[in-house]
Design a protein around this ligand. Structure first.
Ligand SMILES: NC(=O)c1ccc[n+]([C@@H]2O[C@H](COP(=O)([O-])OP(=O)(O)OC[C@H]3O[C@@H](n4cnc5c(N)ncnc54)[C@H](OP(=O)(O)O)[C@@H]3O)[C@@H](O)[C@H]2O)c1
Length: 272
C-alpha cells in the first residue's frame, strides 16, 4: 500500500462534521484541497461550517452538507446514495466521528443509556461502514477512520457504557482492517485524549463524581492535524496523549497494577 502524497481532490465523507473533532477533520481536509461531504444532525451547524469554509476561500463546489441522523437506516442510506452520486460511486476517505459519551456508575443509570450509546457509537458506525465498503473499494488510496478513545483499550471507572461502546469500535475496526486488506483499504483507529469539544454538553448521562472538564485541553485542530498525517502514512492506530499511551503500555504489561490503581481511586472518591 502506498502512502498518500496529498489530499488534493480526495473525495471525503465525514460524519459528526457539525461539531468538535469531526468538524476539525472536515475543515482540515477542505483546507488541504479535498472535496468533502459534511454530515451531522443539525442542518444549521453544518451550514455554518460550510459558510466558514467558503469565507476562508474554499471553493463552494468542494463542500457539501448532508444532514442525517445516523441511527436511522433511511438516513444512512440517503447519505450514502447522495455521496455516491456526488463522487461517481467512489470515495477516498471516510471518517466516522459521530458519537456520544456518558459518565457515571453503570448500576445507577437506566438501560436507555447503554442502548442509545450503542445505537450511535456502534450500530450506526458499523452499518454505515457496511454501506461504505463498495465506495471505498473503488476509491484511490482509500482510508477509513473510526473514532476510538483511550477507553477503547482500557475500561475506566465511571465510563462503563462509553468504554463498552468504544471497545466494540476497536474490535470492529481491527476486523474490518483485516477483511478490507483485499481491497487495499487502509483502516485507522483514532484515539484522541480529552479534547475541548461539545462532547461534555452532549453526554447521555453525566453523574460521575469526578469531572474532567478542566482536563479537556487537546485542541480538535491538533487531533485533525495528527489524523491527516496518520492517514497519509497509513498508520493502523493513533493514540494521542502521552498519558494515554503510558496507561495502555502499563495496562498491557501489568494489568493488575492498573486495576488496583483504579480500585483505590474509586474507593477514595466514594469514602470522601
Ligand atoms: N472530545 C473528546 O474528549 C473525545 C475523546 C476521544 C474520542 N472522542 C470521540 O470523538 C468523536 C467526536 O466527538 P466530539 O468530541 O467531537 O463531540 P461533539 O463535539 O459532541 O460532536 C459529536 C458529533 O456527533 C454527531 N452526532 C451525535 N449523534 C448523532 C446521530 N445520532 N446522528 C448523526 N450525528 C450524530 C453530532 O452531530 P449534531 O451536533 O449535528 O447532532 C456532532 O457532530 C466521538 O466518537 C467521540 O466518542 C472524543
Amino acid at each position: 500500500m502506498k502512502w498518500r502524497r496529498s489530499f488534493e481532490g480526495a473525495r471525503c465523507l465525514v460524519t459528526g462534521a457539525s461539531s468538535g473533532i469531526g468538524r476539525a477533520l472536515a475543515t482540515a481536509l477542505a483546507h488541504a484541497g479535498a472535496n468533502v461531504v459534511l454530515s451531522g444532525r443539525s442542518i444549521d451547524r453544518l451550514e455554518s461550517v460550510r459558510a466558514e469554509l467558503i469565507a476562508a476561500g474554499i471553493d463552494p463546489n468542494s463542500v457539501a452538507i448532508e444532514p442525517a441522523d445516523l441511527t436511522a437506516e433511511a438516513d444512512r442510506q440517503r447519505l450514502i446514495q447522495n455521496a455516491s452520486k456526488r463522487f461517481d460511486s467512489q470515495l477516498d476517505i471516510a471518517i466516522n466521528s459521530a458519537g456520544v459519551g456518558a459518565t457515571g456508575h453503570f448500576d445507577t443509570h437506566s438501560p436507555a443509556v447503554l442502548r442509545e450509546m450503542f445505537e450511535i457509537n456502534v450500530f450506526a458506525l458499523a452499518e454505515l461502514t457496511r454501506l461504505l465498503a463498495p465506495l471505498l473499494a473503488a476509491g484511490t488510496s482509500p482510508s477509513l477512520v473510526n473514532l476510538g478513545s483511550i477507553v477503547a483499550r482500557r475500561g475506566l471507572p465511571g465510563r462503563s457504557e462509553y468504554s463498552a461502546s468504544k471497545f466494540a469500535v476497536a474490535g470492529f475496526t481491527e476486523s474490518i482492517r483485516a477483511e478490507w486488506a483485499k481491497h487495499g483499504i487502509h483502516v485507522l483507529l483514532l484515539n484522541p485524549g480529552f479534547t475541548a469539544t461539545e462532547f461534555e454538553a452532549n453526554l447521555l448521562a453525566d453523574t460521575a463524581r469526578m469531572k474532567v472538564t478542566d482536563r479537556r485541553v487537546m485542541k480538535p485542530d491538533y487531533v485533525a492535524k495528527r489524523a491527516l498525517k496518520a492517514i497519509q502514512t497509513r498508520k493502523n492506530e493513533l493514540t494521542l496523549t502521552f498519558d494515554g499511551r503510558l496507561l495502555l503500555l502499563v495496562n498491557r504489561a501489568i494489568p493488575r497494577f492498573v486495576d488496583r490503581g483504579f480500585d483505590r481511586f474509586t474507593r477514595r472518591i466514594f469514602n470522601s
